[in-house]
Design a protein around this ligand. Structure first.
Ligand code: URA
Length: 407
């Protein structure tokens, strides 16, 4: 039966709901082996699956673990990024929503591969507790309106097991598999409203806007099926978002944005995402939503919320210190910066200590790269273009990260 199911996908024949359940539940219980699942995933990756099959997968993933239900269900808004380099928008958006009286219960993951995870960023704040039981989440959201914690092993265990295998079998970037993985986690997590930050470009999983839109369309259909509301922002990840890449550096950058000390792309992207989230649960126009979001940034309510949230979860922002060597990187020529390659920057940051190869690898919270200039700015030969932070002896070159044109 198991081999027949794999062969059916290989022959591009549709699977019944029952066959999908037998296969996926068999994998979870160990009856279907990793090598069989690998062949199955590769067949799905190469041949695709139908809409009906996608729905059956999602259902099976959700049913494989616990489903959370919160009192605030219909008003809870979640935001999910498909993953980017220097993407710390969650840290900015969550306190904004909470300052706007919109409850936020957010479960996030750790980074793997080239992109960082929100939980790694939060864990880089001394004392921050990333684990929360369901009861603790509910208590915290009732008290202060916001909680951000780690996803637990009992939510969509099928996704966790499958994702680890996809990661080592070259089957991560399949559009249906990404849609199934993201949506099952989100729906099992209990929120009913979702804004998705769909990244595309060299620093993202999907390289083109078209692919990213295709993924968005499937995710929307899944959300509709579960009576969830969605909105999507498509953003280019060919260059890093903001100036900081690395966990603690990114927390400091998010704090600077909330303190009103920093403008630019991170602030603008955060405003766009937060106003979309606000519009999902409040009957307001886009202009009104943007206005409200800007207001809580400008009057520092969002910054106060950030401090309240972090300290409620045990974090101490006074203790955030960059404990690493700081090494300047000098521009090799004068001109205008035409591109900062997200993928190259992510690879260099990972070599400095920001990322991990395997889930249980440790990371250095202080490591990373801080850019002093962004695309479109001029630079002179010998001027400092970025700082590298590391505790390692071998320092990667940033030469391939920047494109500078003599205009
Ligand atoms: N993020 C997820 O959660 N799942 C995927 O498959 C890809 C990105």
């Amino acid at each position: 039966m198991i081999v027949e199911i794999i062969e059916k996908v290989r022959r591009k024949e549709s699977l019944t709901k029952e066959e999908i359940e037998i296969f996926l539940n068999g994998y979870l219980k160990g009856a279907v082996k990793d090598y069989q699942m690998s062949a199955f995933l590769m067949a799905v990756c190469c041949n695709g699956i139908s809409k009906e099959e996608i729905f059956s997968f999602v259902d099976c993933y959700i049913q494989s673990g616990k489903q959370l239900h919160f009192l605030q269900g219909d008003t809870l808004v979640d935001k999910h990024s498909t993953g980017g380099v220097g993407d710390k928008t969650t840290l900015v958006i969550v306190p904004i929503m909470s300052a706007l009286q919109i409850p936020v219960i957010k479960m996030s993951g750790r980074g793997l591969g080239l992109t960082g995870g929100t939980i790694d960023k939060l864990e880089s704040i001394p004392g921050y507790q990333v684990y929360r039981s369901e009861q603790e989440m509910m208590d915290q959201v009732s008290k202060i309106g916001v909680v951000v914690c780690s996803t637990t092993e009992d939510i969509t265990p099928l996704d966790q097991k499958t994702y680890a295998l996809r990661d080592v079998t070259g089957t991560v970037s399949s559009i249906p598999l990404i849609a199934i993985s993201i949506m099952s986690k989100k729906i099992a997590g209990g929120a009913k409203n979702f804004v998705f930050d769909m990244k595309y470009g060299e620093g993202a999983l999907l390289k083109t806007k078209e692919e990213s839109e295709k993924l968005g369309d499937i995710m929307k259909e899944i959300a509709n099926f579960y009576h969830c509301k969605t909105d999507f922002l498509y953003s280019d990840m060919s260059h890093p978002l903001g100036y900081a890449i690395g966990n603690r550096l990114e927390v400091l950058e998010a704090m600077a944005v909330l303190q009103g000390k920093m403008k630019g792309e991170l602030l603008e992207t955060s405003i766009s995402l937060a106003s979309k989230m606000f519009m999902l649960v409040k009957n307001v126009t886009e202009e009104e939503a943007i206005q409200k979001v800007k207001e809580v940034i400008e009057n520092k309510t969002a910054w106060n919320k950030f401090q309240e949230w972090i300290s409620y979860q045990g974090g101490d922002i006074e203790k955030i210190k960059i404990e690493a060597k700081r090494i300047p990187y000098y521009a090799k020529q004068s001109g205008v910066i035409t591109n900062i390659h997200a993928k190259e920057i992510a690879l260099a940051a990972k070599a400095l200590g920001t990322g991990r190869e395997k889930m249980d690898d440790s990371i250095d919270p202080s490591s990373g790269i801080y850019l002093l200039k962004k695309e479109g700015e001029s630079i002179k030969e010998g001027e400092i273009l970025a700082y590298l932070y590391t505790n390692k002896e071998t320092i990667p070159s940033l030469d391939s990260c920047f494109e500078i044109k003599n205009m």
